[in-house]
Design a protein around this ligand. Structure first.
Ligand code: AP5
Length: 210
């Protein structure tokens, strides 16, 4: 199954991508994680992306389209994949169509803007493996340490309140129109994000079967 996860920053795309990945044994591909990895490694692409990400803006389409074009040719995508955070603009969605990629379903996780800031201020991430935690809702076994790879957990710079507002603005202007794009194709499924991760996961799994 080839899936896209849509939703505002902090809506829970990464969290649900992990759950679907476990259930269907298909890779979760996060352009955000790939860009942060490039930033951590100090590559040219990472340096280019940093100024956009830190300002809560989108990285230019041609950069992320290039990343996805290459990633989807990998062996582990043969039985399907979950795109988390791509596409984020209409040109990115059109590029995916032009690559001949068939998408089976687009799961849109809806969470009101008012709840986003609280979620993101408590988020902690592992820059090494991309695992995500929350100081209240999803605590690691040992504070500040990743359960998966043992690396240090940090707060993302773009999770600071002022940048979150910019990211939400960018989302509403540039990414939200994708709902209409995929609704017209008849493959959009809307999930109302719940307070409890397990409740959202139950609704997400149900949406996969609709
Ligand atoms: P990216 O990393 O994709 O950021 P994002 O879309 O803003 O999404 P987030 O990772 O912030 O949130 P999420 O929805 O995955 O939520 P999560 O599950 O972590 O992108 C970062 C930047 O890279 C972008 O701003 C842009 O600059 C650039 N970029 C990336 N892709 C791009 C593209 N295609 N084009 C151009 N630029 C691109 O959950 C959030 C927190 O809430 C966690 O702590 C979690 O534990 C908690 N939580 C999750 N679900 C629940 C729940 N049900 N109840 C309570 N807490 C919950």
């Amino acid at each position: 199954m080839n899936l896209i996860l849509l939703g505002a920053p902090g809506a829970g795309k990464g969290t649900q991508a992990e759950k679907i990945c476990e259930k269907l044994s298909i890779p979760a591909i996060s352009t955000g994680n790939m860009l942060r990895e490039a930033m951590a490694n100090g590559t040219e692409m990472g340096l280019q992306a940093k100024s956009f990400i830190d300002a809560g803006k989108l990285v230019p389409d041609e950069v992320v389209i290039g990343i996805i074009r290459e990633r989807l040719t990998a062996e582990d995508c043969r039985n399907g994949f979950i795109l988390d955070g791509f596409p984020r603009t209409i040109p990115q969605a059109e590029a995916l169509d032009n690559m001949g990629v068939r998408i089976d379903k687009v799961i849109d996780i809806e969470v009101p803007d008012e709840k986003i800031a609280a979620r993101l201020s408590g988020r902690r991430v592992c820059l090494k493996c991309g695992a995500t935690y929350h100081t209240e809702y999803k605590k690691p076994k040992t504070e500040g340490v990743c359960d998966v790879c043992g690396d240090e957990l940090v707060q993302r710079k773009d999770d600071m309140p002022e940048t979150v507002l910019d990211r939400l603005k960018t989302y509403h202007e540039q990414t939200e129109p994708l709902k209409g794009y995929y609704e017209k194709k008849g493959i959009l499924r809307v999930v109302e994000g719940q307070e409890d991760v397990a409740d959202t996961t139950a609704l997400t799994f149900k949406a996969l079967e609709d």
